[in-house]
Design a protein around this ligand. Structure first.
Ligand code: DOR
Ligand code: ZN
Length: 327
């Protein structure tokens, strides 16, 4: 029987959550209260892509829970202009999220990775306004052959586009969301301090064997997400990156209704609420002998990168049981 213990840390920070809308929002919001602050992705319908959308979504969240302070993101779309960004910035938005079309659930951007360069003038405004460029880095279709790239190879295939962006915009704050491969971890480690990456609980605790059978078919849709879970070597490389100050916690809590997860083509996204994700991270930290980095990883580095006040030292400490991981 595993011995249970506990650890006391300052309020954790979720740098990547999908709160959804309507009833789903009501269902998932309470579990996000555990966090001191939550970065909420705007890939709802219609996407949060201008200041009116920001106001509407913020009001919907706050109506459900007036105490909750969401950090909203503006979705980069093919219609985003310098003016869109300026108005969003005036509305208090700090983060612009890029989800390439065809790569993930509800991307709706109209921009593919090979197209991204065409949007560099708009991205220049993101930098000028001192906003954060948060990206989903996966290439779904090979631009040379027009063929779909296998899920497991998409993140690595996106690295040249990421590299180009990092070089084109020195000093812009850039996040590589939900890093899932050893190759990307190595790449990010070599970038300057303005570049960081988030890590989920699922990419460090599970592998592709938990999702796909030997024939490549999905055996457990609840573990199907973008980017897909990778091999054991990738899991270990990503988990070991806790110890590096460039990496912080972004659980990518992405719930879907049961009927969307259980059909022939399950929606990508893992329900990973705080009460599961945090003990999971702690357990993996423990396995790797990295517990000393846990508080920095889940509570401190995220707010620092987002230029927020770190959570107060005393009043808002949280207790987490080390419990058996139960997904
Ligand atoms: O698995 C994912 N689900 N990855 C994403 O990038 C989007 C998310 C969602 O919104 O369901
Ligand atoms: Zn996400």
């Amino acid at each position: 029987m595993k011995k249970l213990g506990f650890i006391i840390i300052r309020k954790p920070f979720s740098a990547h959550t999908h709160l959804r809308q309507g009833k789903e929002l009501a269902d998932v919001l309470p579990s996000s209260n555990i966090y001191g602050a939550v970065v909420c992705m705007g890939n709802i319908q219609p996407p949060v892509s201008d200041f009116q959308g920001v106001r509407k979504y913020r009001a919907e969240i706050i109506r459900q829970n007036p105490q909750f302070l969401p950090i909203l993101t503006l979705m980069l779309t093919k219609d985003t202009t310098a003016e869109t960004l300026k108005r969003a910035r005036e509305e208090g938005i700090r983060v612009v999220k890029f989800m390439p079309d065809a790569a993930t659930t509800n991307a709706l951007s109209g921009i593919t990775l090979p197209d991204l360069e065409k949007f560099y003038p708009v991205i220049g405004e993101i930098k000028r306004l001192n906003m954060i460029f948060s990206g989903h880095w996966e290439l779904a279709v090979d631009p040379k052959t027009g063929k779909e790239i296998p899920y497991s190879e998409r993140e690595e295939a996106a690295l040249p586009y990421f590299d180009k962006l990092v070089k084109a915009f020195p000093n812009m704050n850039i996040i590589f969301e939900h890093v899932s491969t050893a190759a990307a971890v190595e790449f990010i480690k070599a970038t300057p301090a303005n570049v960081a990456a988030t890590i989920t609980a699922h990419h460090i605790s599970k592998t592709h064997k938990d999702v796909f059978g030997a024939d490549g078919k999905i055996i457990d849709p609840h573990y199907f997400c973008y980017p897909v879970l990778k091999k054991e070597g990738d899991r270990l490389a990503v988990a070991s990156a806790y110890a590096n100050p460039k990496f912080f916690f972004g659980p990518d809590d992405a719930p879907h209704p049961k009927e969307r997860k259980m059909g022939d083509k399950p929606a990508g996204g893992i329900f990973s609420p705080a009460f599961i994700a945090l003990p999971t991270v702690l357990e993996v930290c423990e396995e790797l002998g990295l517990v000393e980095h846990f508080e920095r990883f889940v509570s401190l580095r995220g707010p620092t990168f987002y230029d927020l006040q770190p959570p107060p030292e005393k009043e808002s400490r949280s207790r987490y049981c080390r419990q058996r991981r139960q997904y």
